[in-house]
Ligand binder design. Structure first.
Ligand code: MG
Length: 162
């Protein structure tokens, strides 16, 4: 059986924070604010994966008032979700995501993001798609107040429910 999930996340852009997307540190004058490393792309993907398995959301698994997750690398959280899915008999079929960010242009970093995600999920590069778009100057992304990410994924259940 194939199951589909959707994820969405937003983080605020502020000075003097690193800009990290799918574990790639991207040179920029501002970065995303959050309890963890605020990797908005990885957070959207985590919610898509959890959603496809009907296992709740990122806030339920990694509460933002839990000191264990302060400045946590989101790829580590993704790895935990990957293990959880595997334990429940799910295999990731594919992930597709879009980052919405006004600046900087992300194209030079897209392949490294895909590599990081594929490696963390123990899947192949062709199972991971990352796209980037701007907001054409409109709204909170256009004003460079924040970034958003959308993700969908499909899972295949490899074993019957325990
Ligand atoms: Mg988040």
């Amino acid at each position: 059986m194939i199951r589909t999930g959707i994820g969405y996340d937003v983080h605020r852009l502020v000075p003097e924070r690193p800009l990290i997307l799918a574990g790639v540190r991207i040179p920029h004058t501002s970065g995303l604010l959050g309890h963890s490393d605020a990797d908005v792309l990885t957070h959207a993907i985590i919610d898509a994966l959890l959603g496809a398995a009907a296992l709740g959301d990122i806030g339920a698994h990694f509460p933002d008032d839990d000191e264990r997750y302060r400045d946590a690398r989101s790829l580590v959280l993704l790895e935990e979700v990957s293990s959880l899915l595997r334990a429940r008999g799910f295999a990731v079929v594919n992930v597709d995501a879009t980052v919405v960010l006004e600046r900087p242009r992300l194209r030079p970093h897209i392949n490294q993001m895909r590599l990081n995600l594929a490696r963390t999920l123990s899947i192949t590069l062709d199972q991971v798609s990352v796209k980037a778009t701007t907001s054409e100057g409109v709204g909170f992304v256009g004003r460079e107040e924040g970034a958003a990410a959308y993700a969908v994924c499909s899972l295949q259940r490899m074993v019957a429910d325990p």
